[in-house]
Write a protein that binds this ligand. Sequence first.
Ligand code: GKE
Length: 341
Amino acid sequence: MSKKVLVCGAGGFIGGHLVEYLRKQGFGDIRAIDRKPFDEWYQIHDYAESDILDLQHRDACYQAMRDVDIVYNLAADMGGMGFIENNKALCMLSVLINTHLLEAAKDEGVGRFFYASSACVYNASKQDEVDNPGLAEADAYPAMPEDGYGWEKLFSERMCRHFREDFGIEARVARFHNVYGPHGTFEGGREKAPAAICRKVIDAKLSGSGEIEIWGDGEQTRSFMYIDDCTKGTHDILNSDILDPINLGSEEMVSINGLVDIVEDIAGVTLKRNYKLDAPKGVRGRNSDNTMIRELMGWEPSVSLREGMEKTYRWIYDQVADRYPGRGTVRAAVGSETLVS
Ligand code: GKE
C-alpha cells in the first residue's frame, strides 16, 4: 500500500515544489496543507489532496495527521530579513505548529517526520565577518541564534530530538540556507535577497530608472541554495539515518554586490547602486559548511548560483513584465538568449 505523505506549508514556495518532487518520486497519496487561501498558494497540484488548515491549532494538526505515514513540516510564518527583523513574536508563534504536529504525529503513530530548520539558528558571533569559513553544525552552540525566528527554529529542533528519543518518532532535521527559485515570493515584504534583487533589477530595466536600492553596503555575504537542491536534499535527509540537524545549503558564497553583478549580467544592464544602510541586514557573513552532508550522503547542493538565478530571473520577469505598458508580451531576455514574441 502506498504511504500517505503530509506536506505542511504546501501553499508556500518550498512546499509547492516539494509536493511536485514527491509526486515524481512516486508518491501518489499526498495531502497538501496551508493556512493561506488557495488563491495565495504558489502552486496547487491537482494530484494532491489540498486543504486549508491553520496548523498553529492543535485540532487542525490532528485533522491533518489522520492516516499519515510521513510528514514534512515546512509550515512557518517567515520571510527574508525585511520580515523576520520586524515580526519576531509572529515568527516565534510557529513553535505552536511544530509542537502540535509532533504531538499529533506521536498519537497517530507517524513513521517519519521532517522539520525544516534554518541557518538562522547559528551563533551570531560566528557570522560577523564577510569572509565566513562556512558554518558547521556544531556552530549552533553555544546558542545565540537570530532573534525570534532563529530561537524558534533551534527550540523546535530540540523538540524533534526529544520526541524521537522519548516517543520513537523518526524525526529528521535540515538547516536550510536561503532557498531561492521560481514560484516564490518576490515582493510584498517577505521576499529574500535573490528574488528581491531580480525584481528590483527588472523594475529598473523596464522602467528605465537606471538605479537599484540595495540594503546594507552590499559587502555582506551569503550562500543561496536553488530549490531543486532543496527538494532533493529534503527527501533524502528524511529517508536517511542522520539523526542530528544537518546543513542543507550551498557552499558558493557571494556578496550581495556579487549577486547584483550576476543579475545585472543576466538582465544585460548596469545600474547605479543606492545603498540603504539602515535597512534590515541580518548577519554580516554566512556560508554553509557541507563537510557533514558530503560525508554522510555523498552529495551536496550543486546548482550554480548563475544557473539558478537565470531561471529565477526569467520567472519573475514573466510575472511583472506586463506591468509596464508598451512592453507588450516581451518575454524574459536572459543572457544572450532573447525571447521576444
Ligand atoms: N530581502 C532583501 N531584499 N535583502 C536584501 C535586499 C533586498 O532588497 N538588498 C540587500 N539585501 C541583503 C539583506 O540586507 C541581507 O544582508 C542579505 O541581503 C540577505 O537577506 P535575506 O535574503 O532577506 O535574508 P538572510 O539571508 O539575511 O536571512 C534569511 O536566512 C534564511 C536562512 O538562510 C532569513 O530571513 C530566513 O529567510 C532564513 O532563515
